[in-house]
Design a protein around this ligand. Structure first.
Ligand SMILES: [Zn+2]
Length: 377
């Protein structure tokens, strides 16, 4: 059934969206193009003021299309507006085997144009089938790639659907993430005292040494099967002949168990304070739960709707967990049962990113089936 989609048209729409520069916080042109496409499809489209709140050029787009059968449940689809860098001047090159790559000097932006194209094509197919369907809602957030900044500002009370499908995971179409971790990001500034390292070293308090001692004693990497921890940056010092007065570090913990991830960060903070205090340095520590872990039950109606729809187009419908963040974190946080679908993008966040016509067609077919919701076979 994915074969029913005109691959030339899928490629053209994909190439069109890819050609629009849409870096995080600079999504205006992409937002305008999608608003006009969705309006032409009959959606009532609005954009919120998230752009102003987060310092971007576009807000979150919300679109609604009334169903033709009130006994059918509403459904929410989501893909994001922005792409990671290098994001300017992107081109989608179609190769003879159906693979689509960038020109090699930018990302392709299949993350998340693949999701957008599959949603648009899948909706058009569902509408033209004339079959009964419920309301369709779309949430297309800005700045997803920056800790889901856009969707954090969205007013979720506007959503009517209880089931959400977020097309924003790499891999072949046919998997859904039902579990994702908390992400606790943190930064610390250690302040000691500067002194000339040759003339008066004993007057100095070495901020870098205090931080390094704490980092060296902190377990990092995979702490257990649920939790990872990383110190990602450490910068500081002025010159080779000055005892370093200040240093800054940043890091993150991820975990399917929210409290365990928070605990790992708290343990590091305590150790850093202890090491700093030992040498007379002080610490300013900041941490934030950028994302909160969620887990959707395998018997949830959203999961069943996904698996039934996958079966109808002859794909497996595997359930997985992801270590990545997505707008689905914010969707689930607001009581909507959301899962993240793989949408046929590969090597994302790199110059080697690609998708294929076959995957775009499969993703579109899956969206169509989810909308029509014809039950199990
Ligand atoms: Zn993405």
């Amino acid at each position: 059934m994915p074969g029913q989609f005109d691959k030339q048209k899928l490629y053209e729409e994909f190439a069109e969206l890819v050609s629009i520069d849409s870096p995080s916080f600079g999504e205006r042109a992409m937002a305008d193009r999608l608003i006009s496409k969705l309006t032409a499809m009959g959606f009532r489209v609005t954009e919120d003021n998230a752009g102003e709140l987060i310092g971007g050029t576009a807000g979150n787009i919300y679109a609604f299309l009334k169903g033709n059968d009130s006994s059918k449940p509403a459904v929410l689809f989501s893909s994001h507006l922005d792409t990671v860098s290098p994001a300017v001047g992107k081109k989608a090159l179609l190769h003879p085997d159906g693979k689509i790559t960038s020109a090699g000097d930018t990302v392709l932006g299949a993350d998340d144009a693949a999701g957008l194209v599959e949603i648009l094509a899948g909706i058009r197919a569902a509408l033209s089938s004339g079959e009964p369907r419920g309301d369709i809602e779309l949430l297309i957030p800005a700045a997803e790639e920056v800790y889901t900044r856009g969707s954090k500002e969205f007013d979720f009370s506007r959503i009517k659907a209880t089931a959400a499908f977020v097309l924003d995971m790499s891999g072949e179409v046919g998997s859904a993430a039902v579990q994702a971790p908390s992400l606790i990001s943190f930064s610390a500034e250690v302040t000691g005292r500067a002194a000339h390292s040759g003339f008066a070293p004993e007057k100095g308090i070495n901020a870098l040494a205090a931080a390094a001692a704490a980092i060296a004693e902190t377990p990092q990497g995979r702490l257990d099967e649920n939790t990872t921890f990383n110190i990602g940056t450490l910068t500081g010092g002025e010159a080779s002949n000055i005892v370093p007065e200040k240093c800054c570090l940043t890091g993150e913990a991820r975990g399917f168990d929210h409290e365990a991830a928070v605990g790992a960060v708290k343990a590091f903070e305590a150790l850093l304070r202890e090491k700093a205090a030992g040498s007379g340095a002080s610490v300013r520590f900041r941490s934030e739960a950028a994302l909160r872990a969620y887990s959707i039950s395998e018997s949830d109606e959203t999961v069943i709707r996904f698996q039934d729809s996958a079966k109808r187009i002859g794909i497996t419908g595997a359930l997985v967990s992801t270590h990545g963040g997505s707008d689905n974190h914010n969707i689930v946080l607001h009581g909507i049962s959301g899962i993240v679908l793989s949408c046929g993008m590969f090597n994302v966040h790199s110059l080697a990113e690609y998708t294929t016509l076959e995957e775009l067609a499969k993703g579109a077919a899956l969206v169509r089936e989810i909308i029509l919701d014809r039950g199990g076979i």
